[in-house]
Design a binder for this molecule. Structure first.
Ligand code: ATR
Length: 298
C-alpha cells in the first residue's frame, strides 16, 4: 500500500439496495476530471446495521457519504450536527465527519433550485401559484426550497390529502391543499408546475393530468429522470411551456457533497449530463429514477 492510497479521501453512498445509485458514476467522473486522488464507492448497508456503519464511518476509511433509500430519515436522527436544511426536512442525504462528530445536510432542495436555475434561468420571475404534485419526501424538499424562492403562493396536490396537510404543517407553509381529482383545475393561473410523484417514471403508471388550464408562460419541472423526457415534459414542451427535467436535480444535488469531501466545487457540464443520460437510456436499474429524497436520487 502506498501512502497515497492511505490518505486519499474516500466517500461512499450508503443504501439498501444501493446498486441502483448513480452517485458513483457522477462522483468518479468528477474525481477523474479534476485529477483528484480519491475514491467514491457503494456501501450496501441494511437498516439494522446503519447506526454502527455511520458511527464508524471514519474507521471504515471514509471522510463522508451520501445516504439513499431507505436510510435518509434514520441518518438524520443519528447526526451530531445537522444543518438547517436537514433539520427542516428531518432527512439527510449528505454526511461528513466534523471534529469527530457526524455532520449532515440535505442537498435535494439545493439541487432542485440549481437545476431550475440552469434549465429555465428566469423560472422564478413568473407570477401565480406554484403547483406541486405529490407530498412525499421529494415533495418536502421541493416545497421547502420553493418557499424560499417562489414569489407567489404554493398549491400542493396529492392523492392522499392528509399527507399534503401534514407536509404544509410540518414545514410551516401557508399552502393551499388541493384534492387529486381537482389537479387539472389547480393549474389555472399557475406560474410553475412540479411533478414530485413517481407517476410517469419507468415501471410506474402514467401521470394523467390535462394541461389545458396551465398558462403558457408557466414553467414545468418533472423530478422523474427516467425517462429523461417524461410524457408530462413532452406535453408541456409541445404547448410552449419552458421545461426542466429531473436529471439536472440529480446532478446538482451531488455538488455540495463532492465539494466538502474532495475540496473542489465541481461543475455540472454537458459531458457529465451526457454520461448519466446514456446510463439512463441503457435502462439500468430504474428504481431510483427521480432526482431527490425518499425513494429517489442520490
Ligand atoms: P418520496 O418520499 O420519494 O417522494 P413517496 O413517499 O413514495 O416517495 O411519494 C410518492 C408520491 O407519489 C406521493 O405523493 C404519492 O401519493 P400518496 O401520498 O397519495 O401516496 C404519489 N403517488 C404514487 N403513486 C400514485 C398514484 N398512482 N396516483 C397518485 N399519486 C401517486
Amino acid at each position: 500500500m502506498s501512502g497515497e492510497e492511505i490518505t486519499a479521501p474516500r466517500a461512499c453512498v450508503v443504501g439498501w439496495p444501493v446498486e441502483h445509485s448513480r452517485s458513483p458514476l457522477i462522483h468518479n467522473f468528477w474525481l477523474e476530471r479534476y485529477g483528484i486522488a480519491g475514491a467514491y464507492e457503494r456501501a450496501a448497508v441494511k437498516a439494522e446495521d446503519l447506526e454502527d456503519f455511520l458511527r464508524n464511518l471514519g474507521s471504515h476509511g471514509y471522510v463522508g457519504c451520501n445516504v439513499t433509500v431507505p436510510h435518509k430519515e434514520r441518518a438524520f436522527a443519528l447526526l451530531d450536527r445537522p444543518d438547517a436544511a436537514a433539520s427542516r426536512l428531518k432527512a439527510a442525504n449528505t454526511l461528513w465527519l466534523d471534529d469527530g462528530g457526524l455532520a449532515g445536510t440535505n442537498t435535494d432542495g439545493y439541487g432542485f433550485l440549481a437545476s431550475l436555475d440552469e434549465q429555465v434561468p428566469d423560472w422564478d420571475a413568473r407570477s401565480g401559484p406554484a403547483v406541486i404534485l405529490g407530498a412525499g419526501g421529494a415533495a418536502r424538499a421541493v416545497a421547502a426550497a420553493l418557499a424560499g424562492r417562489w414569489p407567489g403562493a404554493l398549491r400542493i396536490v396529492n392523492r392522499s390529502r392528509p399527507r399534503a396537510v401534514a407536509l404544509a404543517r410540518d414545514l410551516g407553509l401557508n399552502a393551499e391543499i388541493v384534492d387529486w381529482s381537482a389537479r387539472a383545475a389547480a393549474l389555472r393561473g399557475a406560474g410553475l408546475l412540479v411533478n414530485t410523484t413517481s407517476l410517469g417514471m419507468v415501471s410506474s403508471p402514467p401521470l394523467d393530468i390535462a394541461l389545458g388550464d396551465l398558462p403558457k408562460p408557466a414553467s414545468v419541472c418533472d423530478i422523474v429522470y427516467a425517462p429523461l423526457e417524461t410524457p408530462l415534459l413532452a406535453a408541456a414542451r409541445a404547448r410552449g411551456n419552458a421545461v426542466a427535467d429531473g436529471l439536472g436535480m440529480l446532478l446538482h444535488q451531488a455538488v455540495p457533497g463532492f465539494a466538502r469531501w474532495f475540496g473542489r466545487t465541481p461543475e455540472v457540464t454537458a459531458e457529465l449530463r451526457a454520461l448519466i443520460a446514456g446510463d439512463i437510456q441503457h435502462g439500468r436499474a430504474p428504481q431510483g429514477a427521480r432526482g431527490a429524497t425518499g425513494g429517489a436520487g442520490t
